[in-house]
Design a protein around this ligand. Structure first.
Ligand code: KG4
Ligand code: ZN
Length: 362
């Protein structure tokens, strides 16, 4: 036992020394990024500020469960992560000797999932004698807007809508984020996924609800929650859908199958109303005209066209990243790390994942 502790101590000291050694060097030009916060295992390479690869493996093991099963997620990350890193290096035509820093998502996310990415990052940093840059997952979703042209100008307003988070953020710089509002309970993606579970759709249900909604009409009405400020709430909608389906099924046991497209269209239109109303209010109050959408739910075709319409009416410049950079991906982690690649942002190998990491927390 003592020997093991001594061994750990030595490893930590070596690690700290390694980081000290690299702190004095010049800025890294080539960074390998790792993302494993939820159910996507992803790796990317950025060189000279240009993203060269972004390889993502989405876990299918959760389909039958209606949501991400944390233990299954971390096991799936373990088996996928090395081949994914390998593929990202190959796609970027990058030799491991060229990598000068490792970027990794520290949080927020699932502890077991984060731990896989962080452990691999530490192992590579130690083996390759290079520093680690920690990245905040939600900041990275926002900084995905800087991967491609055109880029928004600071300050801009970003609505980040994902499976775990719903946030309205005033983005002042690549390092300065003012949180204007966030969800008090479920995230927008969760509202899609939990509705899908009630309708018997596989996880993640967002894309399927999106597809079905295009074949239906929003004929059923669900309540819009009254929440102060720029915060969001989706749990009331979830309960309203549950009771609505229960009551309708009492009258007709085949209600769901007969009305699936209309139910999807109605739920989707309610979620879009909740999101666009808040976005409108925040844009008005801040006076910002550069408006950005981020996160997996920004793939939703109904939300995209509703916000495009809003942008036209309000003369906003609207920014939505390519689909591969909207859902969880290491490309956005690489981009965020690029802006944080100076020595003061390197972390010691003693750092641990932070499942509830808040924006700006270092
Ligand atoms: O950003 P993301 O990949 O992961 C998290 O950080 O959570 O977002 C995943 C979420 C899931 O809830 C999924 O159902 C939702 O994004 N999603 C969609 C669509 N594509 C993905 N929701 C609605 N419509 C879509 N087309
Ligand atoms: Zn995400």
């Amino acid at each position: 036992m003592h020997k093991y502790k001594d061994f750990l101590k030595i490893i930590c000291e070596i690690a700290v020394n390694l980081n000290v050694k690299t702190e004095t060097g010049s800025l890294p030009k080539c960074i390998l990024a790792i993302e494993s916060s939820c159910d996507d295992t992803s790796a990317a390479v950025i060189r000279d500020g240009k993203l060269l690869s972004n390889v993502t493996h989405t876990q299918e093991v959760h389909e039958a469960y209606g949501g991400v099963v944390p233990e299954l997620a971390s096991r799936a990350h373990q088996s996928a992560i090395i081949p994914i890193i390998d593929a990202a290096l190959k796609q970027a035509n990058c030799e491991k000797e060229e990598v000068q820093a490792i970027a990794v998502t520290r949080g927020p996310g699932l502890m077991g999932s984060l731990l896989v990415g962080v452990s691999v990052a530490k192992g590579l940093a130690l083996a390759w004698d290079i520093p680690i840059i920690e990245v905040h997952h939600m900041e990275a979703h926002i900084l995905a807007h800087f991967i491609d042209e055109p880029k928004p100008e600071f300050p801009f307003l970003c609505l980040t809508v994902s499976g775990g988070h719903t946030q309205l953020v005033k983005v002042l710089s690549t390092d300065d984020f003012e949180l204007l509002g966030s969800t008090l309970d479920d995230a927008a993606g969760e509202a899609f996924d939990k509705t899908g579970k009630m309708l018997g759709l596989p996880y993640p249900a967002g894309p399927e609800i999106d597809r079905l909604a295009q074949q239906g009409q929003a004929v059923f009405e669900f309540p819009i929650p009254k929440v102060a400020g720029f915060d969001f709430s989706f749990s009331g909608l979830k309960t309203a859908i549950l009771y609505f389906l229960r009551d309708q099924k009492k009258k007709d046991t085949d209600f769901i199958s007969k009305n699936l497209a209309n139910i999807c269209a109605s739920v989707q239109s309610t979620i879009i109303k909740i999101l666009t109303q808040r976005l409108q209010a925040a844009a008005q109050q801040t006076g910002l005209k550069d408006i950005a959408l981020a996160g997996g739910v920004s793939a939703n075709s109904g939300l995209r066209s509703a916000v495009r319409q809003q942008a036209e009416t309000n003369q906003w410049r609207l920014f939505i990243p390519q689909l591969q950079y909207c859902t969880d991906n290491a490309g956005m982690i690489a981009m965020a790390a690029w802006y944080r690649r100076s020595a003061e942002n390197y972390v010691s190998l003693r750092f641990t994942p932070s499942p509830r990491m808040t924006m700006g927390q270092r």
